[in-house]
Design a protein around this ligand. Structure first.
Ligand code: GUN
Length: 315
């Protein structure tokens, strides 16, 4: 058996087509939603992520502001940047790329973002609203996972879902969204004593631990849906040989490039899972799509407009 591969790029393209219509409607009434992305310092992975987010804005015709203060920026300086963006009428969404350099008090920064412009869903007010299942801005990656499940018609109601990882960005909001969709949710993490005991029971397994190839075929119930949120760049040839043991093409590519991006799920899991998201090309494209979606949503809400999901369902 071989898992059905749930392509994030295909689902992203569907979402972009829907957003393009919404954006055109807004344009006809003189509204151009705008996103501000703040990247402090020059972390190479963060640079790539932020560049992709800006490129998505340009592709969809959204306004965008890209600020790149230096790595030695202070908390006070970054607070001033955020406050300026809060006050700008052409900015509907504000994203401060994480992680921030160690001298910056990240919590203060995230709390300073206007909750109405918090397209990352990281503000404590928005997290509280999510806990209570009130309308809010929800973190993009878990939202993207729910879109993959919904659009791939994977049943969530009544399913046993296991989330590996308890981060504020993914694991915790993921568990809440699944709970709100009527799954029975278990959250596992680095101190879980017997991970396999839980993962083998899962109808839906979400791996968001940030540990390459953590989930191996023996961890997965045959036929389960496995969603791989991990993205780690590996450079160790021995690790690559283990992960790509049955994947000569990817091993060859690793040798050529000297690195590869891998998920938290070993590729051999495709032999037992019923459905699986690939890395790259699975959850990643959805994270950016949901950021675009949240930006459009923020633009509408700030102008007192109802959003389509208020009429239909799930965003
Ligand atoms: N760093 C890793 N993921 C994210 C994300 O979704 N948003 C922001 N702002 N930073 C991140």
């Amino acid at each position: 058996m071989s898992a059905r591969i749930l392509s994030g790029t295909v689902i992203r393209d569907q979402i972009y087509a829907e957003l393009a219509q919404e954006i055109a409607e807004l344009k006809s009434i003189g509204v151009r939603p705008g996103l501000a992305a703040v990247l402090v310092g020059d972390d190479p992975a963060s640079k790539i992520y932020v560049r992709s987010k800006i490129a998505a804005c340009e592709q969809l015709g959204l306004g965008n502001v890209h600020l790149t203060p230096p790595a030695n920026t202070t908390t006070a300086e970054l607070l001033a940047i955020v406050r300026e963006l809060n006050s700008r009428d052409d900015v509907d969404g504000i994203l401060v790329q994480l992680p921030l350099p160690p001298q910056i008090e990240a919590k203060k920064i995230l709390e300073a973002v206007d909750p109405a412009k918090d397209v990352d869903g990281f503000h404590p007010i928005n997290i509280g609203r999510l806990v209570e299942e009130r309308p809010t801005m929800v973190a993009c990656t878990p939202l993207g996972v729910m879109e993959i499940l919904r659009r791939s018609k994977i049943p969530v109601e009544g399913a046993d879902a296991v989330v590996i990882g308890r981060s504020n960005i993914v694991g915790k909001p993921m568990a809440l969204l699944l709970m709100h969709a009527d799954a029975t949710v278990t959250v596992c993490h680095s101190k879980t004593r017997d991970l396999r005991k839980f993962t083998r029971e899962a109808d839906i397994l979400i791996a968001a631990a940030g540990r390459p190839a953590l989930v191996v075929p023996e961890d997965v119930r045959p036929g389960a849906t496995v969603i791989d949120v991990g993205t780690t760049r590996i450079t160790d040839p021995r690790q690559a040989e283990k992960i790509f043991a049955h994947n000569p093409e990817r091993l060859e590519k690793f040798r050529k490039n000297g690195s590869a991006v891998v998920g938290d799920v070993h590729p051999d899991v495709a032999r037992v899972a019923g459905a699986l998201t690939p890395v790259p090309g699975g959850v990643g494209p959805l994270t950016i799509a949901m950021l675009m979606s949240n930006t459009v949503k923020a633009a509408r809400l700030r102008r007192g407009q109802r959003t389509p999901e208020a009429v239909t369902s799930s965003r």
